[in-house]
Each structure stands twice: as C-alpha cells, then as structure tokens.
Design a binder for this molecule. Structure first.
Ligand code: ASP
Length: 550
C-alpha cells in the first residue's frame, strides 16, 4: 500500500498521518486536496474529485433514493413483503452492532493505556467540558425555539385522543431518583459478561389484590412500595455500554501502570482494534445499500405520514430547525472560534457517518464509521479519536437534549400548563443530565424524557405523542449527537497540536527514547502510539512490533 508522507514528525518519529491507513481503499481520503478545494476544472479533476468522494456521494444518494423509493412504493399501493424489503437495512444494523463491543472495549483500553495519567485527566476533563457546554447550549436552543414557535398550541384534539388511546397512561412512572440510581448502577456493572448484552433497569408493577401470590421475575430484586405496587430491579436486554466504557478506561490506566508487564496485553488490544477497523472499512462499502433500505422501509411502515405532519408539524419543525441551527451554525462556529479553521470541510469529511446516523438512528452503530472518517478524512490521530469518540457516543447527546427540551415545552403548552423560570431551568438541567443517560440506540432519548417530565410535573403519558413522530425526529437527533462527538475530537486534536507547539513536547504521545530510530511504516506507528516507548537502544522493535511489521 502506498503511504502518504507523514503530517508531523516528533523527535524523528512519524506520528499522525490522516490518509495513511485505508484511505485509498475506502475512496474517502484518497485525494484530500480534491475534496477540500471543491476541485473540478477539467474532466480529469472531476473524475479525481468523484473518486475521492465516492463513498460520501453514494451515501447521500442512498438517503435521497431511500426517501424516493419509500414514497414511490407506498404511493403505488399493492402489497410488499416488509420483512424482505427491510432486510438489507437490517443486515447493516446487525453488522454495525456486531462491531461495537470489540471496538469500544479495545479502542478505549488502547487509548487509555497510551496516555499518561495526567494527560489522560486533562484530555478527559477537556472533552467532558466541551460535551457539557455544547449539550447545555443545545438544551437552551431547544427551550428557546419551543417558547418562540409555540408548537404545543397547534395540536388538534383528534391527535390527542387517537394517540392517547395507544399510550401508557396507567403505567406507574419512574421516579427521577430511581433513574439516576440506575445510571450509577450501570456505571459499575456487577458482571462484565452480562454488561455486554444487558443493563440494569428499575420498573414498577401493579400486583393488584393478589399480592401474596405474586412472584417477581427470576433474577429481579423486589421492593414493596405499597400494598398493590412493587418496585423491580432487573437486568434487561440492551448492552450496558456506559459500564463497559468506564471499565475499559480504568483497565487501560491499570495496564499502563504495569509498565513493561502490561505491554503484551496492550499490543493485543491494539491489534484487535486495528483488525476491527479493517472490518469497518469493508462494512462501509455496504453502508449505502443498507441506508437506502433502512430509510425506504421506515417510510413504508408509516401509516399516514401526511396526517402526522399536519397534526405535529410544528413540533417536528421545531426539532429539525433546532438540530439544523445547532449542527450547521453553533457547533461549526465553536470549532472555528477555537481552531480558526473552516469547519465545513470537516463536516464534509464525516458525511458518510452522518448519513449512517440518519439511516440507523443509533450513535453506537455509527461509531465505527465515525472513527474511520475522522481519522482518515479529518486528520484526527487515532489515540485521540479512539479515546474520545466512544465516550462521546455514550454520554454526549446534543440532539437528544435539544429535542427533549422541545418535547417538554410542547407537552406543557399542549396541556395549558405555564412554565415559570424555575421550571425552565429545571428542564435545562434535567435534559442535560438525562441526555447523558440516554442510550445511543433508536428512541434512546424518548425513554429518558420521562425524567424531565417527572421533574417538572408534566403528564408522562404524553410521551406517546412524541413517540408517534420519533422515527423522524430521532434521525436528525442522532445526526447531531454524532456530529457533536466528531467536533469534540477535532477540537481536542487542535488542542493537542497547539500544546505540542507551545511546549515543543508531545502532550499525549510519550516518547522516551532519545536515540534516532529506524522508521517504521506509518500505519503501524499511528496505530500503536504506546509501542514507541518500548524500543531497544538501537531502535529494535519489541516482539509485538516485529509481528506488526511482518
Ligand atoms: N437515537 C439517538 C442516538 O442513538 C438517541 C436518542 O434517541 O436520542 O444517539
């Protein structure tokens, strides 16, 4: 494989090479000059431009074709086997979900092990601050837009009754305290194995008058609330990604503490991670097909899209407008202010994962493609992207916070309940906090919306209204969620570069050897920042490196 010249050279070491691994194979980072310059003077340039952006173009075309196909097939009437029609999309989701576990665990262990503890603390704190500030901004934008556009005043009574009929009015609602305790419980899973496919959740059950005969489901802890209601603490289906993220970071730090004794295991996780990324680069080529059918089948499944738009159009508009303002103006502006670089080429570089987020409605499922694109198209170093993006995909949900705020104000307006200043601040704070607890899965944010509604005493049963249009709002919400993570990684890269320049010492990559080293292929250097520490005095590679070289 042809390796591009390295971007930076620290003490004779190749460090960052955005297009070095897999760029040409993917067709996304092949000719970044063509990509960035807008290109296209002669036919030759047009061809180079198209080739450089082939995957992005295919993905965007897939979204548009999916909408057209879905509308066309549903307008044509007739019967379609929905399971078969949705199958190519389902396959993409399965492939992406398959990759999440090894990717998150290996990248975070490798990432945490490659940073020295003080740099880890600084980088982690910086990233969390960025995530927090952008989420608060998104929440404020959501509340502001909903107060100005008043989406809740335009809902027809027809939609109220029809949706309420399918709602969950009688289910006891989850206490705010229980939601936060569940969050903490999931941060510390009792079993790592079960964390890979289950999370802890508290629920309530009406046991009626047969209280003595009632038995809790196997494995659930039971607490009596009153004579007719019990509280259940159960492990439910769904990966506990928060617990895995926290464990992987702490485990990576522990491995680093072992010094040379931990080297072998770090090599193992780095190799595992690199192999996983190769799988991702293959899956990327299937993404346009999967996205096309995901979007088309979703449209086909909707019974009366037109009516929904008439009934809840203002709410949808409010959410989409908020997502667009935050994603196209606020985040790019923050990026520009801190980096003094044009943010839109950065956005173009992550167009494929953004389209994937739109198609899959899942931040977690988008994570593999996002890692690949920020590294190869936007020049974010692997040890930064692989540390920050899994954390961002788990805790940073600007889109969710924004739509939850719109939804809360919308429900208050719909019920004629005034919102005073304290309630608005409560919505802002709880939306920011509950978006952290939202899982990066379809409708993850709607599930935690109940926390906000409870906190300001709004009717939780109205969530059924929000659910009716969540298939659409969730898509733009997920796009914004993952975009925020990517900009966080880009800003962090800029911060690291600046610190490096000021200190003329790398902040994150610990280079211990002063001896000039034999150059290794850039892909290997880039993938395993820690390996640089363990060379012999003559620059000999360790056994792990030798294997990599071969
Ligand atoms: N679907 C969103 C995501 O995966 C979560 C949400 O529903 O807000 O990021």
């Amino acid at each position: 494989m042809v390796v591009d010249p390295p971007k930076a050279d620290i003490k004779g070491l190749v460090t960052v090479n955005p297009t070095a691994s897999g760029g040409p194979e993917l067709g996304t980072g092949e000719d970044t000059s063509a990509t960035a310059s807008g290109c296209c003077g002669s036919w030759d340039q047009v061809r180079r431009c198209l080739r450089a952006n082939l995957l992005v173009l295919l993905t965007v075309v897939a979204v548009v074709t999916g909408v057209g196909l879905g509308l066309g097939v549903s307008a044509a009437g007739g019967t379609v086997n929905l399971a078969a029609f949705a199958f190519p999309g389902e396959l993409l989701l399965r492939l992406l979900k398959m990759i999440i576990l090894p990717l998150v665990v290996c990248s975070l262990i490798g990432g945490a092990a490659s940073l020295d503890p003080s740099a880890l603390g600084r980088v982690g704190a910086w990233a969390l601050l960025f995530f927090l500030v952008t989420t608060i901004l998104a929440s404020a934008l959501g509340v502001g837009l909903a107060l100005v556009l008043q989406p809740g005043t335009a809902v027809s009574t027809a939609v109220n009754s029809s949706v309420d009929a399918t709602g969950v009015p009688n289910a006891p609602t989850k206490e705010v305290l229980d939601s936060f305790l569940d969050l903490l419980r999931n941060i510390f899973p009792s079993s790592l194995v079960s964390a890979t496919f289950r999370s802890y959740a508290t629920s309530y059950e009406h046991i009626g008058i047969n209280a003595t005969a009632w038995k809790p489901p196997v494995g659930c802890a039971q607490r009596n609330i009153n004579a007719t209601t019990v509280q259940l603490g159960c492990e439910v289906e769904g990966m506990n990604i928060l617990g895995l993220v926290v464990f992987a970071i702490i485990f990576g730090v522990a491995l680093r503490k072992l010094g040379p004794d931990g080297e072998l295991l770090i090599c193992f996780f780095n190799s595992f991670n690199d192999a996983t990324m190769v799988l991702v680069s293959w899956i990327m080529w299937y993404a346009p097909v999967g996205i096309l059918f995901l979007v088309a089948s979703q449209i086909l499944e909707m019974e009366d899209v037109g009516q929904l738009f008439i009934d809840l159009g203002k709410y949808i508009l409010c959410c989409l407008l908020g997502h667009a303002i935050h994603g196209l103006l606020v985040l790019p502006l923050l990026y520009f202010v801190f980096t003094r670089k044009n943010p839109y080429p950065f956005l173009w570089g992550i167009m494929t994962p953004l389209a994937t987020a739109f198609g899959t409605s899942s931040s977690s499922a988008t994570l593999p493609l996002m890692m690949k694109c920020v590294e190869e198209n936007n020049g974010v170093a692997k040890h930064i992207s692989r540390f920050i993006l899994p954390i961002g995909a788990t805790v940073n949900m600007d889109g969710a916070a924004l739509f939850q705020c719109v939804a809360a104000v919308f429900i208050a307006q719909r019920n004629g309940l005034p919102l005073d200043f304290v309630k608005i601040i409560t919505i802002l704070v709880t939306a920011t906090a509950s978006s952290v607890g939202a899982a990066g899965i379809p409708a993850g944010g709607v599930l935690t919306l109940a926390i906000i509604l409870e906190a300001v005493s709004l009717p939780v049963k109205d969530i059924s209204l929000i659910l009716a249009v969540d298939w659409l709002v969730d898509r733009s919400c997920t796009v914004l969620n993952v975009e925020g993570d990517a900009f966080g990684a880009g800003l962090l890269q800029n911060y690291v570069d600046r610190t490096k320049l000021q200190n003329s010492e790398p902040e994150l990559i610990q280079v211990k050897s002063e001896v000039p080293l034999n150059p290794l292929p850039a892909t290997i250097e880039e993938g395993n920042p820690l390996l640089k520490q363990y060379r012999g005095p003559a620059g000999d590679a360790t056994s792990c490196e030798k294997e990599s070289v071969m």
